[in-house]
Design a protein around this ligand. Structure first.
Ligand SMILES: NCCC[C@H](NC(=O)CCC(=O)O)C(=O)O
Length: 449
């Protein structure tokens, strides 16, 4: 049976803004307080989806969330009408209003961890929504994420959904951004590679000193258990704490993998040799080979990687077996990174071509091409069971572009977030979106009696 990797991209929400909310994420911190352009952000994301679709890749779309999250503000004690909740929060606790307005659900690589049916004990595709417990503004995403994923992958014969892990730092889980799957073909059993930043219960593992390690070993292990993965089908690796302290807040800022290839920076991991040997051995057992492409620090520094998002790229398999790397514009603007990439494609290795996309609006909050997509490997039967409303087509692209142009503002700064009109705009837009994508009722405002 044919199998595919389907990239579901997060559609940027109408409240996209630069809140400076993510300590440890250099771009988020340094662009704080700048005015954003939600319309342009959404259009940049849609342009990438359309381009991939036109190149023949399977492409889907994942809906944004209701923001400001008035229900979250009510849980923090702000009362009255929706408008009063927002105005009180703006007056008494602006950082909480900003957090409740974040469009951070666009980075769907953090929405969930997904294991394809070829790897799981019950031969279903498993999803665990990420608790994103390290940052308040992201910790409020998972209930809606679960409803949206449930509406996209509804058939219980093929899809199993797990609730987010317990909402404590010891089980901090950031989803697919710290998870990579290697395989010979998407429909065959592969090896799932979980990268963690620290251990919550075992003091022998080192931890970063300056910035938080968002993913714990224990969270990754829990996800592997929930998904019914075999020991032979899993490899755990620790991120180098020194790179977390340089702004590598997720592993997908310093490594990307696909098929039989791992593309990574020399400083990305601890115990790299042992980890590579384990991946090699386990992949051999599945009948796959393994190729590691190490980018030496002498050519590209960790700082270059963090600034350019070289590794936050999409490594895609083409029909002819070669691979395409989708990188953000920032890679072309960095001399060392661009020189490396130019040489890489000329070497006759697996990466045959590099394509550049302008994703500046998302990049300024630390989200590159890889952050914007959730990969789901599906066979033909499973793909046919996905809600067809979320599969990208030329008409859907046109409809979504018109929808964005109709509902989104082209400038948003902090004081705009206090405008209760923004909530109404957002709800009107999302109500229409759930009809376009055929999701049913998934947002808090649609669920209220
Ligand atoms: N995978 C990329 C995630 C980027 C995301 N940025 C943010 O939430 C920034 C939001 C702000 O600062 O407005 C994060 O750090 O989790």
């Amino acid at each position: 049976m044919k199998s595919f990797e389907v990239n579901f991209d997060g559609l940027v929400g109408p409240t996209h803004n630069y809140g400076g909310l993510s300590f440890g994420n250099v771009a988020s911190q340094s662009n704080s307080q700048q005015a954003s352009n939600p319309r342009e952000a959404a259009r940049q994301g849609l342009a990438k989806m359309k381009a991939l679709m036109e190149m023949g890749f399977q492409q889907g779309v994942l809906a944004p969330q209701e923001r400001p999250d008035v229900a979250a503000l009510r849980r923090l004690g702000f009362g009255g009408t929706d408008a009063q909740v927002i105005q009180r929060a703006a007056k008494e606790a602006m950082p909480l209003l900003v957090a409740s307005c974040s469009a951070s659900s666009m980075w769907v690589a953090n929405a969930a961890t997904v294991s394809p049916s070829a790897d799981t004990a019950d031969a279903r595709v498993h999803f665990t929504a990420a608790n994103l417990n390290c940052k308040y503004h992201r910790s409020i995403e998972h209930p809606t994420t679960s409803r949206v994923l449930g509406a996209m992958f509804a058939n219980p014969q093929h899809f199993a959904h797990h609730a987010a892990l317990p909402a404590v730092a010891q089980f901090g889980d950031e989803g697919a951004a710290n998870h990579t799957r290697f395989c010979r073909a998407y429909g065959e059993a592969g090896v799932e590679f979980f990268v963690f930043g620290r251990s919550a219960f075992d003091a022998r593992y080192p931890a970063p000193q300056k910035y938080p390690a968002r993913q714990t070993l224990e969270a990754s292990q829990a996800v592997a258990r929930l998904h019914g993965l075999s020991d032979d089908g899993v490899v755990y690796a620790q991120q180098n704490p020194a790179v977390i302290d340089q702004g590598v807040f997720h592993n997908d800022v310093i490594a990307v993998g696909n098929g039989e290839v791992l593309f990574y920076h020399e400083d990305a991991f601890l115990d790299t040799e042992a980890m590579l040997a384990e991946l090699q051995a386990k992949l051999t057992r599945c009948g796959a080979s393994f190729k590691a492409i190490c980018v030496p620090r002498a050519q590209v520094t960790v700082e270059d990687a963090v600034r350019s998002y070289l590794f936050n790229s999409q490594l895609l398999s083409r029909e002819d077996g070669s691979m395409l790397l989708i990188v953000p514009e920032e890679c072309r603007n960095n001399e060392r990174v661009w020189a490396y990439l130019s040489a890489l494609t000329g070497q006759g290795g697996p990466v045959a071509e590099v394509k550049v996309f302008d994703l500046k609006q998302s990049m300024q909050n630390g989200g590159g091409p890889a952050c914007l997509r959730l990969r789901v490997a599906l066979n033909e039967t499973e793909l046919a069971a996905v809600n067809p409303g979320v599969i990208m087509t030329a008409p859907l692209y046109d409809t979504l572009t018109q929808w964005v142009d109709k509902h989104y503002r082209d400038s948003l700064s902090e004081r705009d977030l206090a405008d209760p009109q923004l909530l109404l705009e957002c709800r009107t837009a999302l109500d229409e979106l759930t009809q376009i994508l055929k999701l049913g009722s998934v947002y808090p405002f649609q669920l209220q009696p």
